[in-house]
Design a protein around this ligand. Structure first.
Ligand SMILES: [Fe+2]
Ligand SMILES: [Fe+2]
Length: 474
């Protein structure tokens, strides 16, 4: 069953056979739409956007491309196909059949996991809602809106689970997801990085590179879950997520390419004189979004992570590639700061308590592969300078390093040293003002690019780069 029905709420979960659930979701739908109209992309709701929409959950050809007004996007509920006879693949319940319903003892924990994931989806739409007005091209504007509608779809994915499996609590949580607001003092979004403003395109591209990639790793870990509906819904979300990271990685790559070209033209390689984004600024934005995203994995040593693993709720990314799925034995050796002094000491942490760090390891490697591709572009343009991921200790606000100060190489700094140097490590007010000054006005002439970014090598779905991806008329 991969086909998606064309009902009021498109779905492949036989929604019409569960009247109670159908009614609950149909009641939530107008609230979602009014949230979208208030908090979704500002100023472009009536435009026609060349978007892909899911029409099946087949890996091959699930997407259909056409012009759509965003409020008319076919948001719905799409689960990847069930794996027959699927068994829990890790933890204390290893080898037992997966659950099709929520086990009573895990109800609160599972609800929390789903709400925390669900909260990030509308949050990112809110963070990005003004960016259409300063896009570097129509191609980029279209990609932004594609990401936005799919984050809306991811919210639907989590709300389905809440409404279907968590009764009244689930319905209340589904409303709560539409009530919190990114960056709002009184009712902020749950996680830190999702309350940071994204007011320029460099931030957007770093966010989709690094923060959406955290999403990928969280989804990979949840795809292993013994709660089968969660596994199936996250597996389909991952196919959509890949595009978000593509937008980030290729976006920064195109900036690096343009910067390299401008460095050749500019006196003393000072690309700001030519309206480019210098590598120092790129590095600072990288430092910021990477460190904020590292925080999203939680503490290095975590009893919560251990119990999620033990109870079969959340595994490791690609659990099958590990040899031991029980992880009762073995340790993870990590450098942690000694309480009081901040001096780093080597500690052997029981493996289950280090599951956040194991997940973070996969993430760090994945980020490094992307940064390597950026450096390749620089190298091929004859630039020897490289971009670099900072140390995991740098600028952390969660976990064992929070409250301490380190430079990007991971060297400890005093508070005074940090204060004196932090503008060298992270975007300063003047860096932010400069980046914003480059993006004063949207570039909406088909095929035209802002001066600070190179054109993409190809367009969307075999359309040319100069295709009119966003139109005021159908
Ligand atoms: Fe998402
Ligand atoms: Fe995403």
């Amino acid at each position: 069953m991969t086909a998606i029905s064309n009902e009021k709420i498109p779905n492949n979960v036989n929604l019409s056979e569960d009247k109670k659930l159908q009614r609950a979701l149909e009641q939530w739908q107008p609230n979602f739409l009014s949230w979208w109209n208030d908090m979704g992309p500002e100023g472009f709701q009536a435009h026609n956007i060349y978007l892909r929409t899911a029409i099946s959950t087949d890996v091959e050809g699930w997407a259909h491309y056409d012009f759509v007004r965003m409020p008319e996007y076919r948001w719905g509920i799409f689960l990847a196909d069930a794996v027959p006879e699927r068994k829990i693949g890790f933890g204390d319940m290893m080898g037992q059949p997966v659950w099709q319903d929520v086990p009573g003892e895990h109800r609160n924990t599972l609800r929390r996991l789903i709400v925390t994931q669900g909260d990030t989806e509308p949050a990112s739409v809110e963070q990005q809602r003004m960016l259409g007005h300063s896009c570097p091209s129509l191609y980029d504007m279209r990609n932004l809106f594609q990401v936005n509608v799919e984050e809306g779809r991811h919210l639907w994915a989590m709300v389905y689970l809440l409404q279907r499996f968590f009764g009244r609590d689930g319905r209340e949580e589904a409303e709560g997801l539409l009530e919190r607001r990114s960056g709002n003092q009184d009712k902020p979004r749950i996680l830190g990085a999702f309350n940071e403003p994204i007011s320029d395109w460099l931030s957007f591209m770093m966010f989709t590179m690094f923060t959406d990639r955290d999403g990928k790793y969280q989804l990979l870990a949840l795809a292993e879950s013994g709660f089968d509906p969660l596994s199936r819904t996250t597996r389909f979300m991952l196919t959509e997520e890949a595009h978000h990271m593509f937008v980030g990685e290729t976006g920064v790559q195109r900036i690096a390419q343009r910067t390299a070209a401008l460095m050749k033209e500019a006196k003393n390689e000072d690309v700001r004189t030519l309206g480019g984004i210098d590598l120092t600024t790129l590095q600072k934005y990288l430092n910021l979004w990477y460190s904020l995203s590292l925080d999203l994995f939680g503490s290095e040593i975590s009893t919560n992570a251990a119990s999620f693993f033990a109870s079969g709720l959340k595994g490791r990314a690609k659990e099958e590639k590990f040899a031991d799925h029980v992880a009762m034995e073995g340790v993870y050796s990590m450098d942690v700061p000694k309480v009081g002094t901040g001096e780093l000491i080597r500690e052997d942490v029981p493996l289950r308590s280090a599951m956040n760090e194991v997940l973070r390891d996969g993430y760090v490697d994945d980020c490094q592969r992307g940064v390597d591709r950026w450096n390749k572009v620089l190298r091929e343009a004859g630039i020897s300078h490289e971009l670099k991921l900072p140390s995991r200790r740098f600028h952390r606000q969660q976990g064992v390093f929070s409250g301490l100060h380190f430079d990007p190489d991971g060297k400890p700094l005093s508070k005074e040293q940090w204060e004196a140097k932090k503008d060298d490590f992270l975007p300063s007010a003047s860096d932010r003002a400069y980046v914003k000054s480059l993006q004063g006005k949207a570039i909406v002439e088909p095929g035209q690019m802002a001066n600070w970014i190179a054109p993409p090598p190809r367009g969307v779905n075999a359309k040319p780069v100069e295709f009119e991806y966003v139109r005021t008329e159908a």
